[in-house]
Design a protein around this ligand. Structure first.
Ligand code: ZN
Length: 410
């Protein structure tokens, strides 16, 4: 979705610019330049700046140049804010993918989220603390700059106010904004992490609705955008965390459809027979298994309804499964986490994974998602609907074991 390019790196963290950011920078430069008069009034009133507005408007273009410098300064402040989060996270051993500047500011991409409330609290609060420090630093430079440097004093005064405002705005408890993460960390002190996330996300969504309404009433497009972003991000992160918690001790083997219950087809089955079977058995995906006199069953592919539909109805007797099946198979081992299966399906945009038993080869170091090797035993199939059904059961009963074995406390 996001198209971004790298502009450099700080502390080993790549800094990237998203294409949407290139729209925002000139817009900010324009907005600051166009409102230079009112902003000078605010600075003069609030910190006794004594800036002479006539010195900043001697040329028609001068306000926009000053606006551009202020806008760039603002985004440097945003990078420093994200560095605050990133360096704190790195100190706890969480690797940082990158810092990206986009439409609504910056994103520090953590490859993993801490579940320890103290770590999350410190990582979340580090950004606003840095922003306050940048604001204070700008103010100190503002004070030190001679009164005759009107342009520099304008930019520094503006950055002092805006960085503190940025810190305050980020402290709004609208998860997943910083304030919302701090709220979740505090809730997670005496509530399970998943529940704390749900609560923080609900509050975040409520704030998003208010922000959106306020944005609509005041015709503030940026605020409406932020509201949308907060709402969607809160929902998706809450779902992710809830699933992860639900599937904590659940493996692919627990929720897959095992081979004895699995319907398979052979490569030489005709498409019309396949479609007939899909109708009567109400399955839309079948592993394709070849029978070999020496090796027994061998997995050769996977065929789905959409593969079969590619063949014209009048020709369905002439084509076989072998002609349309997928041979580039995504597999997962039975002892992987259920969550890994979901992530793998999302990554490849597919609805089912073949479950293989790699135990026989003791190849634990083999990366997940590799195509099956000779001798990999097919032990089952896991589909998106298997996962969703299991998720439903876990949420309602607290266990995927149909027998209801007593859970041991740990
Ligand atoms: Zn932040």
């Amino acid at each position: 979705m996001m198209k971004s390019f790298r502009i450099g790196s700080l502390f080993g963290i790549p800094i990237k610019l998203d294409l949407t950011f290139l729209l925002v920078l000139p817009l900010f430069a324009y907005l600051i330049g166009a409102q230079i008069g009112p902003v000078v009034d605010i600075l003069n009133a609030s910190m006794n700046a004594g800036i002479d507005v006539s010195a900043l408007t001697t040329e028609w273009w001068l306000p926009y140049v000053i606006g551009l410098v202020a806008a760039i300064g603002l985004f440097v402040g945003v990078i420093l804010h994200e560095l605050g989060h990133s360096l704190t996270a790195q100190r706890y051993g969480f690797p940082i993918d990158s810092i990206t500047l986009w439409l609504f500011g910056g994103i520090a991409a953590l490859t993993e989220m801490p579940e320890d409330w103290k770590q999350e609290f410190n990582i979340a609060i580090a950004g606003p603390i840095v922003s306050v420090l940048v604001g204070v630093g700008s103010y100190a430079l503002f004070v030190l700059t001679p009164v005759s440097f009107n342009g520099a004093r304008f930019v520094l005064g503006y950055l002092a106010v805006l960085n503190v405002a940025l810190a305050i705005f980020n402290m709004i408890p609208a998860f997943p904004m910083d304030g919302g993460r701090i709220l979740r960390a505090l809730l997670a002190r005496n509530t399970p992490y998943a529940k704390a996330t749900q609560q923080a996300a609900s509050i975040g969504k409520l704030f998003a609705v208010f922000m959106g309404l306020f944005g609509l009433l005041s015709i503030n497009i940026i605020l409406i955008g932020v509201a949308f972003f907060v709402y969607i991000a809160a929902s998706s992160e809450a779902q992710q965390v809830t699933m992860k918690a639900a599937f904590q001790d659940v493996t692919v083997g627990d929720i897959m459809t095992p081979v004895p219950n699995l319907h398979t087809v052979e490569p030489d089955t005709t498409i019309s027979t396949l479609i007939q079977r899909m109708f009567t058995e109400r399955h839309t995906g079948y592993p394709v298994v070849e029978y070999d006199a020496f090796e027994g069953e061998r997995l050769v592919g996977l065929v789905t309804l959409s593969d079969a539909r590619g063949i014209d109805p009048v020709e369905r007797d002439a084509y076989t499964v072998e002609d349309v099946m997928t041979t580039d198979l995504q597999t997962i081992s039975a002892d992987s986490d259920a969550m890994t299966a979901i992530e793998q399906m999302q990554k490849h945009g597919i609805g089912r994974l073949l479950v293989v038993d790699t135990d026989a080869h003791r190849s634990a170091d083999r990366p997940a998602g590799e195509t099956p090797h000779e001798g990999d035993d097919l032990v089952g199939l896991i589909s998106r609907s298997d996962v969703m059904t299991a998720f439903d059961i876990v949420q309602k009963s607290g266990s995927v074991n149909p027998v209801g074995q007593p859970q041991t406390a740990d």
